[in-house]
Every structure is written in C-alpha cells, then in structure tokens.
Design a protein around this ligand. Structure first.
Ligand code: CA2
Length: 150
C-alpha cells in the first residue's frame, strides 16, 4: 500500500541552521531537521518530500505541485511567513491540511514576527519547540490524514 505523501517545505535562510545564531535556532543543521523528519515520518507511516529554498516563487510552485500529489503540507516559510500573501494564496488554493512550524517562539521575538500570513491557511501552528516542532507536526498531520480517510 502506498503511504500518504506530505511535503515538508522550508523557506529562506533555514539552510543556515547550525552555522549562525545558535542562541535562537540551536546547533542543529537543516540536514539534522531532515533526519528527524525522516525518522518521525517512518513512525507515523507517511512518506515525506523534504525541501528548502530561499526563493518565494519556488515555494509557491512547490505548494501548487502538492495538488493531486500530496495529502498535506508542513511548512516553515521562514521570514516569508510574515510577509507573503503569495504563499498564503497558494496554501489556500491547494485545499490540503497545512501545519505551520517555527523553530523559535515568534511571539517572544520582535513584533514584526508576531503576525504570520501562513497561519491563516494552517490547521495549526507549532512554534518555540526547536526541531522537535517538526516531529510534533508530522504526528499531527498523520492524524489529520487518518481522520480524513476514515
Ligand atoms: O523560528 C523559525 O523557524 C523562523 O521561521 C525562522 C526564520 C525567521 O525569519 C522567522 O521569523 C522564524 C529565519 C530562518 C533561519 O535563519 C537563520 C539565519 C541565520 C542563521 C541561522 C538561521
């Protein structure tokens, strides 16, 4: 039986994880994030497509690509979360369950990070739990997909 596919999309500067600002984002790298996702997807019996881009348009294209292919989207859109109506529109257009993740607690940071356009398209938001947020998001989306299919 084919496992349901979930896209795990990461936005700008997340490729820099582990290289700078460890006091905010920790020591782990994006490869470590991917490994956590692979392990937790296996446990949750879902397949994942894990990607990162610094390009807003590419994120929009990847979200559009999910239509008819994926059962859900986990997205850390990085700083585009706070600015991008294009990403919000793409997420709304695909009509899939979306979970938003942020490594840091965006509400304990600068006020410009307190609003996220992505949240408007999300079933739920996980922030402030570091890389563990991706594991939590995978468990949550697996449940949502199970509920939808039953
Ligand atoms: O906390 C998160 O996951 C964020 O989405 C990370 C974004 C930030 O703009 C959001 O407000 C919250 C930043 C991506 C990581 O940027 C780095 C920059 C330098 C070194 C390491 C990471």
């Amino acid at each position: 039986m084919e496992l349901p596919l979930v896209y795990v999309l990461n936005g700008p500067n997340l490729n820099m994880l582990g290289m700078r600002q460890p006091e905010i984002y920790g020591q782990a790298t994006l490869d470590d994030v991917e490994q956590i996702c692979i392990q937790n997807a296996e446990q949750a019996e879902i397949a994942i497509d894990f990607r990162q881009t610094n390009d807003e348009g590419e994120l929009v294209s990847w979200i559009q690509e999910c239509r008819g292919r994926a059962k859900g989207i986990i997205i850390n859109a990085g700083a585009y979360s706070h600015t991008s109506i294009a990403i919000l529109d793409a997420l709304l257009s695909v009509e899939l369950p979306v979970i938003e993740v942020h490594i840091s607690n965006i509400y304990r940071r600068e006020s410009f990070r307190h609003h996220s356009y992505v949240s408007q398209a999300a079933m739920g938001v996980i922030c402030g739990f570091g890389l563990q947020g991706y594991a939590l998001a995978l468990a949550a989306i697996a449940n949502l997909i199970l509920e939808e299919d039953s």
